[in-house]
Write a protein that binds this ligand. Structure first.
Ligand code: GRG
Length: 306
C-alpha cells in the first residue's frame, strides 16, 4: 500500500495543461448549453452563466472526461455529461453561498451569485442549473442508448439528492448541535462532496458500458480521492488565505465545526490526505498507462493551493 501521494511520474506542467484543456472543453459545452436569452428571463440566464462560466478548477469535468477516455467514449458525449455534472456542482455552490446557508460573499475570487444579482435570482439560477443538467442527460445527443441515459440520470439524481449531496448538506447544517466523531465526519463528507465526485468518475464507466470490475475500481478511486479532496479543503480553510483560495477561509473553526483537521490536527490530516491519494492511484492499476491523467489528478488534489 502506498504511504504518500508521491507519484514519481507526476509532471505538473503537463498535468496543468491537461486540466486546462478539459476545463476549456467543458466551458465551451456549458456555453452552448446555457444560452443567453432576451426578455424577462434574460436576467436568470445571466445569473446561470455567471455561476457556471466564471472559473473553478473543473475537477469533476476532468474526472468524467478522463474516465470516459478509459473506455473510448465519444468525446462530445462525455463533454455533455461532464457539463451536466458541473451544472449540479455550480448550483450547489450558489445555494451554499446564500445568506440562509453559509452566507459567503466570495466564490472563485468573484462576488457570489446572490451578491452580484440578488437572493431570489440566485435561488432560481441554482434551480435552473439543476433542472437543465437532467434535461441534458436525458437528451439523445448525450447517448444513443436510452438505457445508458436512464442510468446517468439515476446516478446523478442519487448523488445530488438526500442520500448524497443534499443529505450531506443537511447533516452539515445540524453538525454544530452534535459532537461529530471521525466516522460521522467521514460519512457527512462522503455524502456532501464525495457523492458528486463519485458520479463524475462513474459517468465515464456508464457511458462506456464498463465491466463490474472496472466500475468497482472506479468507485474505490472516487472514494479515496473524494476524502483526500475534502481533507485538503479543510487544510486550506485553516492554512490558506482568501486571495489564493478564492473564498473566505477560517470558516470551519469560526463555526466550531468538527472537520478532519480539527479531529486529527494539521500534520496527521495532511498525511492522511496523501495516504488516500496514494490509495486512490492504486485502484487504477488495471487501466495501466491510460489511467495516468487520473493518477495525476489524485496527486494534484492534495497538493493544490485553491
Ligand atoms: C446547498 C444544495 C446545496 C449543497 C451544498 C457541495 C456543497 C453542498 C456545498 C459546497 C460547500 C463547500 C465549500 C464544500 C467543500 C468542498 C467543495 C465542494 C469545495 C468546492 O469545490 P471545488 O474546490 O470548487 O472543486 P471549484 O470552484 O474549483 O469548482
Amino acid at each position: 500500500m502506498a504511504t504518500s501521494s508521491q507519484n514519481s511520474n507526476f509532471n505538473r506542467k503537463k498535468f496543468e495543461a491537461q486540466l486546462h484543456n478539459s476545463a476549456n472543453e467543458v466551458e465551451r459545452t456549458l456555453d452552448r448549453l446555457l444560452k443567453k436569452v432576451s426578455g424577462p428571463e434574460g436576467r436568470l440566464m445571466e445569473a446561470v452563466r455567471y455561476a457556471s462560466l466564471g472559473g473553478g478548477k473543473r475537477i469533476r469535468p476532468f474526472l468524467t472526461l478522463h474516465t470516459a477516455a478509459l473506455f473510448n467514449v465519444d468525446a462530445a458525449q462525455a463533454a455533455r455529461v461532464a457539463a451536466a455534472i458541473e451544472m449540479v456542482h455550480c448550483y450547489s455552490l450558489v445555494h451554499d453561498d446564500l445568506p440562509s446557508m453559509d452566507d459567503d460573499d466570495l466564490r472563485r475570487g468573484q462576488p457570489t451569485c446572490h451578491i452580484k444579482f440578488d437572493d431570489a435570482t440566485a435561488i432560481l439560477a441554482g434551480d435552473a442549473l439543476l433542472a437543465r443538467a437532467f434535461e441534458v442527460l436525458s437528451n439523445e445527443q448525450t447517448h444513443q442508448d436510452a438505457a445508458v441515459r436512464i442510468e446517468l440520470v439515476e446516478a446523478l439524481a442519487k448523488a445530488a439528492g438526500p442520500q448524497g449531496m443534499v443529505g450531506g448538506q443537511m447533516l452539515d447544517l445540524v453538525a454544530h448541535q452534535h459532537n461529530l466523531d471521525m466516522s460521522e465526519v467521514a460519512r457527512l463528507q462522503r455524502m456532501k462532496t464525495g457523492a458528486l465526485i463519485d458520479v463524475a468518475c462513474m459517468a465515464g464507466g456508464i457511458l462506456g458500458k464498463a465491466t463490474e470490475h472496472a466500475r468497482h475500481m472506479l468507485h474505490g478511486y472516487a472514494r479515496d480521492l473524494g476524502l483526500a479532496f475534502q481533507i485538503t479543503d479543510d487544510l486550506l480553510d485553516v492554512e490558506g488565505n482568501a486571495e489564493t483560495v478564492g473564498k473566505q477561509t477560517g470558516k470551519d473553526a469560526g463555526q466550531g465545526k468538527a472537520t478532519f483537521v480539527s479531529l486529527l490536527g494539521v500534520d496527521a490530516a495532511r498525511e492522511q490526505a496523501r495516504l488516500l491519494s496514494g490509495q486512490a492511484q492504486e485502484h487504477l492499476a488495471m487501466f495501466e498507462k491510460k489511467g495516468e491523467p487520473l493518477r495525476d489528478l489524485a496527486h494534484f488534489v492534495v497538493e493544490r493551493l485553491s
